[in-house]
Design a protein around this ligand. Sequence first.
Ligand SMILES: *[C@@H]1O[C@H](CO)[C@@H](O)[C@H](O)[C@H]1NC(C)=O
Ligand SMILES: *[C@@H]1O[C@H](CO)[C@@H](O)[C@H](O)[C@H]1NC(C)=O
Length: 595
Amino acid sequence: MARFRIRNIALCAILLVMVYYNLPAEPAVPNFHEGKVSHRGTQQLAQYMNDVAQIPKIEAKKSSFDWSSVKFTYPPERTPKLPPPATKRPRIQHTFPTEPQNVADVQEKRRLEVKKVFEKSWKGYKEHAWMKDALKPLSGRSVDQFSGWAATLVDSLDTLWMLGLREEFYEAVKAVAGIDFGKSTSHTVNTFETNIRYLGGLIAAYDLSGHAALKAKAIEVGDLLYAGFNTENRMPVDFIGFENAKLGIGLLVEDSVVSASPGTITLEFSRLSQITGDSKYYAAVSHVMDLFYEKQNKTKLPGLWPMYVSMRREDVTSGYQFSIAGNADSLYEYLPKAYTLLGSSDPSSEKYEIMSRAFMDTAMQNLFFRPMIPGNEDILISGNVDVLDDGPRLDPESEHLACFIGGLYALGGRLFENDVYVTTGDKLARGCGYAYKSFPTGIMPERYNMIICPDQKNCKWDEDVWVTERAKRAEYRENLPKGFTTAKDPRYILRPEAIESVFILWRITGNEDFREMAWDMFQAVANATDAPFGNAAIDDVSVVGSQKTDYMESFWMAETLKYFYLVFADSELISLDEFVLNTEAHPFRLAKVEN
Ligand SMILES: *[C@@H]1O[C@H](CO)[C@@H](O)[C@H](O)[C@H]1NC(C)=O
Ligand SMILES: *[C@@H]1O[C@H](CO)[C@@H](O)[C@H](O)[C@H]1NC(C)=O
């Protein structure tokens, strides 16, 4: 609230409304209406007061089962205690100058275009899939694949808020307040997806709006997931047997899981501890991350963990496949992000810095390569490494999921004041931008191969090499853009990772070409995926007018459209100095610091 210089009378009015509706003072300050560029000062204050006046009183309905009442066979440790809030953090975002009016006008038009596409998808969900997990945008049907707790609704809450759609937001909050987390449409609950979509979505919506009903529901989901730590060695299960978890009988940890699963609870559980003041969530994940910390340099590629790990045997070292892409991705993503959220004064966050630097250095040396492309642009692609008897071997295969890594390096570079990380992140983000613009639809495939340039410094295009390499591939196809040797999986399923990195690079460097890149990507995506009731996955990015699949992932409105929107909105809307985003693009509020 200190951001606004307002007269006392206005302050009193706001406080009165807050008291009347019993709102928590923290973190209830909506700081921007909808991020319209150059829209500050008194106009904004008026809008803010209007927002506050409209906050409806909504009570959370208790779920049919109280997850906080579970009697654990294996009670998890209650320590370490949650560290005190951060006091220092380097500045993350670029210092943006005031934009010339003509530039601001262009961005404003783009922002409204993104909003229009969101509104169509939201309308489709509301009319055809309300309270279901996902919309089928071609047929206007729906599907429950995440336990039936309205995944798309929960995932979209904070985007509604950012877009200034307050009426829709509170309508959604009202619906969320009635979700019953004591019943599930599936016998087992997916820990990873429930954590990033439901818990992440609820926490962020609470952090933005301060609405108590959202906090109450976040705690219910948090306690449900916490029941997944009721195991002999206190490592979480990947799938929670719903009814057994209620009984409190110990759960059996799976023998082999992808490393991203146990590695992607840190941020949500730490924030939940911060919000509730109860250290138990934080303590549970600290235990997991300690294992990764102790073993980081004992793997076949020290600094990185294998793609498959065994939490049952506490084996995070013996696997031989390494990648920062799918299966492993957010394990790495959450290391610099946990450091951001927890602050630097605490010994446990020092571990997050050590793990972050070690993985970033190793990945830079072993996974990233400069591809051979016709224009010889200096870009980077992230590949996969297998470590067999003859040492590490880099496979120049990449995928859309890997595209988050550019943004993460830029963020890590600012946090740890390392310019090489920022430059590397820049080249990685441009690598994905390059892949987008290379394909006829303007969108990159789900999975593809390129050629590692023999000379990484002075890379020269050689068409004969490309023709030869392409012919060696079983997935050979005639219509591939030059430089690509496969489009192994040619789909685009509305994924956000490329625009995520472009957004972060824009906010960190202020380099205008990222906004242009984002606009090209947006037009291509909006056009190719347009469907009767929203947007649909497409089957082949190398074919203009490709067949579509009748599915709209909840991350389309939670992530992809949010990132597009934020690129064109005011740079202070969800500032990276005020929020850290979880892997589903849900912003968690950071402690205020000097920088
Ligand atoms: C792992 O190696 C890195 C880089 O050499 C080092 O900074 C870090 O402290 C090591 N981690 C542990 C747990 O010893
Ligand atoms: C997609 O682009 C084509 C060609 O520019 C245009 O004719 C069409 O109207 C666009 N469709 C949408 C949904 O934007």
